[in-house]
Design a protein around this ligand. Structure first.
Ligand SMILES: Cc1ncc(COP(=O)(O)O)c(C=O)c1O
Length: 367
């Protein structure tokens, strides 16, 4: 059965929009400006301005962004990086790819790293803290940075899901840490037609290191040579991203509208995502909790509505990272069996939103 409301939809139905992407590609092919070059630089400037950092370095993916950010700080074998137990596995994979070891911390009610547990995870081998802004909701960055500062540790934000999310002062995701990392893959809020990522920073030395490391050159960090690899952002992806960047704010507003409708219509039946006053959440996903998760998911599938479980397993419970004890991640474990994400992307029509709402309501109210 074709889904009436797919969980994500990669099609571009508007012919005028498709024509713009094709024209951009045509321009690149004519100019031959195909490795880094104008479109990448233009996108980097726009993203730095938008996110509120001095610099942005375009890279091959969100995973790449995290790996290069860690390597630009000289982090590698023997080091530990502290992160939340709850994230897409790419967060922990990036840490492991540098040779460092991820150390996991339980989450709070916002699904983000709980600062109350942070200090206990810090040890002599800790080299950085990597909070993840889950689903486009900012971590408590003031608390996280306070603990990091007390221990002299840099913060690298995994803002893969959170472009445009801001705090009551208007500060945006990716601008709180020494480095911030975005993913620009097709599932994300600002999406390429393939892979893409960005590292944000205010620090010119780090920017230079990142530029070298993504381009198979090397960086000198603390007297040690760190070899680079091919981590460039593809120019064709940058050209498409520049077009999509124009509608980023409208995209975010539409996602916020959809999430608002879900929460208003379903709050008596589910535990909706937390919404703090003054914070602008961008809803990479609309993730809620119910103790009837599996039955609800099966029902919605029958109704032609796509859903996802983000995430059904904590990172420390996955084969590559088994560590710690059940008790260490009480909140994370409580969430894994109860979370479900509804379709929440800008292309959804009002009719599709209504359909999702009535299907969820029907599940809980049918007798
Ligand atoms: C929280 C988080 N971190 C890291 C990544 C990795 O990004 P990418 O898939 O672009 O490599 C993603 C997305 O896939 C993500 O959601």
């Amino acid at each position: 059965m074709s889904m009436r409301v797919p969980y994500l939809d990669y099609r571009v139905p508007d012919p005028a929009e498709r024509a713009r992407y094709l024209a951009a590609m045509d321009g690149i092919l004519r100019e031959g400006d195909i490795i880094l070059g104008g479109a990448v630089e233009d996108l980097e400037r726009r993203l730095a301005d938008y996110c509120g950092t001095r610099y942005a370095v375009g890279v091959g993916s969100g995973t790449e962004a995290l790996v290069l950010a860690l390597q630009a700080l000289g982090i590698g074998p023997g080091d530990e990086v502290i992160t939340a137990c709850w994230s897409y596995i790419g967060t922990a994979n990036a840490i492991a790819l540098t040779g460092a070891t991820p150390v996991f911390v339980d989450i709070g009610a916002d699904y983000n790293l709980d600062p109350a547990h942070l200090a206990a995870a810090i040890g002599p081998r800790s080299k950085a803290i990597m909070p993840v802004h889950f689903a486009g909701q900012l971590c408590d960055m003031a608390e996280i940075r306070a603990v990091a500062d007390r221990h002299g540790l840099p913060v690298i934000e995994d803002a893969a899901q959170a472009i445009g999310a801001s705090d009551p002062d208007g500060r945006k995701a990716g601008s709180f840490g020494l480095l911030g990392c975005l993913s620009l893959n097709p599932m994300k809020i600002l999406k390429a037609f393939g892979e893409g990522g960005v590292v944000l920073t205010d620090d010119a030395t780090l920017r230079d290191r990142l530029s070298a490391l993504r381009d198979n050159r090397y960086a000198e960090v603390g007297g040690r040579i760190v070899p680079g690899h091919n981590g460039r952002l593809d120019t064709i992806q940058a050209a498409a991203l520049l077009i999509r960047f124009e509608s980023l704010e409208a995209t975010i507003e539409r996602r916020r509208f959809i999430a608002g409708r879900y929460s208003a219509a379903l709050a008596d039946l589910i535990v909706p995502p937390r919404q703090l006053n003054g914070y602008r959440d961008v809803y990479y996903s609309y993730t809620f909790q119910t103790n009837q998760r599996d039955a609800l998911q099966a029902w919605l599938t029958e109704q032609g509505i796509g859903t996802r479980i983000q995430y059904g397993e904590l990172m420390p419970d996955q084969p590559a990272f088994r560590a710690g004890t059940q008790a260490a991640y009480a909140r994370g474990h409580a969430a894994t069996g109860r979370v479900l994400s509804l379709p929440c992307y800008e292309q959804l029509t009002d009719g599709q939103i209504d359909l999702v709402i009535s299907a969820v309501r029907d599940f809980f109210t049918r007798s």
